[in-house]
Design a protein. Sequence first.
Length: 234
Amino acid sequence: DNYLLLADGVAVKVITVADPSHPQEVAQYVRSLFIPDKVRFYEGKALVIDRDRMQVAILELTFSTATGPELLFSGMITGSQFIHFVDVAMQEHYIYLSTGNSLQVYDSQAVSINSPILTIEKGSYYALKITNNLLYAIGNQNFQILTITDLEQVNRTEFPLLGSFLVDIDVEKEYIVIGNFLAGDDLYLFNHTYPLAVEKRVWPYIVLPIGGVVGLAIPIVLIVRFRKKKTLHS
């Protein structure tokens, strides 16, 4: 809980924030011909996308009393000139990679990790978020929710947001917030109750202009507080 992972174009760095006023680098991982551009962390694994979008390194974050934290290489998923990876998410031992026009699923425990066990070509996939066995994805003008409890039977529900250019997504409890770079640079906020009847329980709640979307963590807090304040006065 006291560590941050950072991809700076040269290395993947582990930063301790036990003392927020004095963050310190305590470990790093460097690999030849690999330019780390985006890192996601899931239950001890760091998934790192290369800047050319054709490689995803899998690193294990380990700890020892002698050396402290270490990042150890455990595998690589390789794309091609036709398959570029945009974002990555993970649940259990399954790795989900968006390629723009498809979603690929890999088994990190498989002997050949470079072969996807599932490819979903219907829909557009850029930014990804997983919580409660639901995968949330945005791409172009589409917002999608996929149930991934059983990979043999993935259900996909699509919500078109016409006239938008969706760039990022985050989920906090029953709120889904999506960043949009068109229509005045605003946020779409959805409210839903999962996991029952997702397709019937998701609806637009509010569109909040913010003059440009940079990150979604702070806007989520602002929107939740805004809703509570509104409820108190109604």
